[in-house]
Design a protein around this ligand. Structure first.
Ligand code: SIN
Length: 262
């Protein structure tokens, strides 16, 4: 069966119906899903309802599923994070920041796979911003200047000297599969440019943080029951809306990591 692929915006994101990852054979399915992610960066697969083992197995299509060094996993599945908010919680999982997942490690995350379990009646959407477009919209001289910079990414609240909390990445990072350059900074994890202090880095970082999430670069995913949402952390930033106070929202995430030299 051919899937139906509906764009969410001109620049990124599709909603897909007609694929069954839970029971489908992997022949062809894996290539189809990986191709959709490479092409559209954000892929919302309707009505999957994957059991945890299968969720992790599909995560392996995109790299090594991470056992998060700082956050607890669900029982029996160390690679699955619970993304949960109680009706009376104020804060969301991950906070109200645009970010890519796990940029504080090297190699960083490739693709995240988030599946919905309990959703609010309305709200709790996830927003995405295309970082290839964000880079390409800058002027040539500014792009060249950024290409010479590296940035320090640190897990919030930790010092960059501790183990498993910090990494250095280029500010402009070519996508490992397509070679297309993307802006690779985010306000959740980046603290400074290499060779500069935090105070020296702040004005340019603030400028980039504002530029990289302009509405023209974004799409918005409205969650449905059992949706599996995949996004490429090398191409997009994401932001979870905190607009559903009084309702529970529970999802589970597998985060696949780029595979470095073995
Ligand atoms: C996350 O940052 O992985 C969570 C996204 C969401 O809750 O929509």
């Amino acid at each position: 069966m051919q899937p139906t692929v509906t764009p969410l915006s001109p620049g990124l994101g599709v909603v897909v119906t007609g694929l069954d990852l839970a029971s489908g054979s992997d022949d062809g399915l894996r290539a189809t899903v990986c191709e959709l992610v490479t092409r559209h960066h954000v892929v919302a697969l309707e009505a999957q309802h994957l059991p945890p083992d299968r969720h992790v197995e599909i995560g392996r299509w995109f790299g090594d599923p991470l056992v998060h060094p700082h956050l607890p996993a669900i029982d029996g599945h160390p690679e699955i994070l619970r993304v949960h908010k109680e009706p009376d919680d104020e804060a969301t999982f991950g906070g109200e920041y645009w970010h890519a997942d796990i940029t504080f490690l090297s190699p960083p995350a490739s693709v995240s796979l988030l599946q919905s379990l309990v959703l609010p009646p309305v709200g709790g959407d996830t927003l995405f911003a295309n970082q290839h477009k964000a880079f390409e919209q800058l002027s040539p001289a500014f792009r060249s200047m950024l290409e010479g910079l590296n940035a320090v990414h640190v897990y919030p609240g930790r010092s960059e000297d501790e183990a498993n909390v910090s990494a250095v990445h280029p500010v402009v990072r070519p996508h490992p599969e397509t070679g297309r350059p993307a802006l690779y900074v985010n306000p959740a994890f980046v603290t400074r440019f290499v060779g500069m202090t935090e105070a020296e880095s702040r004005p340019l970082l603030e400028q980039l943080f504002a530029h990289q999430v302009q509405p023209e670069f974004t799409c918005r995913v409205r969650w449905t029951a059992g949706m599996l949402l995949l996004w490429d952390n090398r191409s997009v930033l994401h932001y979870a809306m905190n607009d559903y106070f009084g309702h529970q929202r529970t999802l589970q995430r597998v985060t696949s990591m780029e595979v470095g030299p073995r």
